[in-house]
Design a protein around this ligand. Structure first.
Ligand SMILES: *Cc1c(COP(=O)(O)O)cnc(C)c1O
Length: 370
């Protein structure tokens, strides 16, 4: 049966299908070789804290009841850590969910959103789904955040400025000076959405108190964070936002799925938050591996962007889909970037040292056989 052609909203019809990676279970069936290193989705190779798994199993006993829709226990724990009141914090089914919620709350058809290029796909697609136009400002060759370009794009009038720092997929983090210039120049009626999915991975010398700077800026803003990356809970789907005021959170709550975070996921996130030792081990691994792997790539003649994250964005020198496809034949998954002009780049997550060595060995072989 074919759908009547007028059924689908044109904004949705025009969207690309989201490139959500290949789940491990489907890999062998598709490629006929075992999956040896899954390095395409920025997951934590250590997985979650054992305390989070235990809490999830215990919470499963209560699956007969609806969860606490407001997620009070987790929001209160996060508020304590952040020094903000719980009514400024909103939970989502992953922070991806919250990106859509923010847009549904503020965007009108014909609105304008400004972001970076390369960018996290949903920053763009979820805006287009609401009928907004998106301007993407490219990173320059030195991978510094293009503050002047962003400010110029904002001059046309934008409802939302959204970007990630540290950046996915590129890896670098904005400096305090650039961040100060950017928020000082952003028009007062533009909502700043600061996606900090990788904030935990920052080197100490790259850290600054971005939330305090936003707080004193007088802007409307929301910062997004997640349990999917540093906390190793990608499968649980828990993210959160911290907003400038409770009013934005209350409005977003109306645009959100009321039970966005399930009871098992909330319990797992709460326990993960209490295991600083596990978090620190994962961060130390990602930091030392990104240094080591980028040095090996440089020795192979492969350029990559500076990284403050758990992944590297490297130049394949040729279409990235070709390299990614050859890596799959070796049982290795990376993410080929398909956003012009970065179509020769691929993103590789830092796995364990063994997984990263499998990636480096296969890449070396592929390059030598050219
Ligand atoms: C991974 C990621 C997210 C969110 O992931 P969730 O699993 O939905 O919490 C959000 N923004 C960026 C930039 C990411 O890389």
């Amino acid at each position: 049966m074919t759908l009547h052609s007028s059924l689908i909203r044109p904004e949705i019809e025009g969207l690309p299908t989201y490139n959500a990676g290949l789940a491990a279970a489907r890999f062998q069936a598709t490629y006929g070789v075992p999956l040896r290193a899954k390095l395409d989705s920025n997951e934590n190779p250590l997985g979650p804290s054992p305390a989070a798994i235990a809490a999830a199993l215990a919470a499963a006993q209560g699956l007969g009841r609806y969860p606490d829709a407001s997620g009070t226990a987790l929001r209160t724990a996060l508020a304590d850590r952040l020094g903000a009141s719980p009514d400024r914090i909103i939970l989502g089914n992953g922070s991806e969910d919250l990106i859509g919620v923010i847009y549904r709350t503020v965007l009108r058809p014909g609105d304008h959103v400004v972001t970076l290029c390369p960018s996290f796909g949903l920053h763009e697609f979820a805006a287009q789904a609401c009928g907004a136009g998106v301007t993407k400002v490219p990173f320059p060759a030195d991978w510094r955040f293009p503050v002047a370009g962003l400010l110029a794009a904002l001059e046309k009038g934008a409802r939302v400025l959204i970007f990630s720092s540290p950046s996915n997929p590129a890896g670098p983090a904005i400096t305090a000076a650039d961040f100060a210039r950017l928020i000082a120049g952003t028009p007062p009626d533009t909502l700043i959405v600061f996606d900090e999915a990788y904030v935990e991975y920052l080197d100490p010398e790259a850290r600054f108190d971005a939330l305090a700077m936003l707080e004193s800026s007088g802007h409307a803003w929301i910062s997004l964070r997640t349990f999917s990356k540093a906390y190793g809970l990608a499968g649980a789907r828990v993210g959160y936002g911290i907003a400038h005021d409770a009013g934005l959170v209350a409005a977003m709550a109306k645009a959100r799925n009321p039970f966005a975070v399930n009871a098992v996921a909330e319990a797992a996130a709460l326990a993960a938050l209490g295991d600083d030792g596990h978090l620190a081990r994962g961060l130390a691994l990602a930091r030392s591996e990104r240094r080591r792997v980028s040095a090996v790539l440089a020795a192979l003649g492969v350029a990559c962007a500076p990284s403050q994250t758990n992944f590297l964005f490297f130049d394949c020198g040729d279409t990235a889909t070709g390299t990614a496809e050859m890596l799959r034949q070796h049982g290795i998954l990376v993410k080929a970037w398909m956003e012009p002009p970065f179509g020769t780049h691929a993103r590789v997550t830092m796995g364990t040292a063994e997984e990263n060595d499998l990636f480096l060995g296969a890449l070396r072989q592929i390059r030598e056989s050219r």
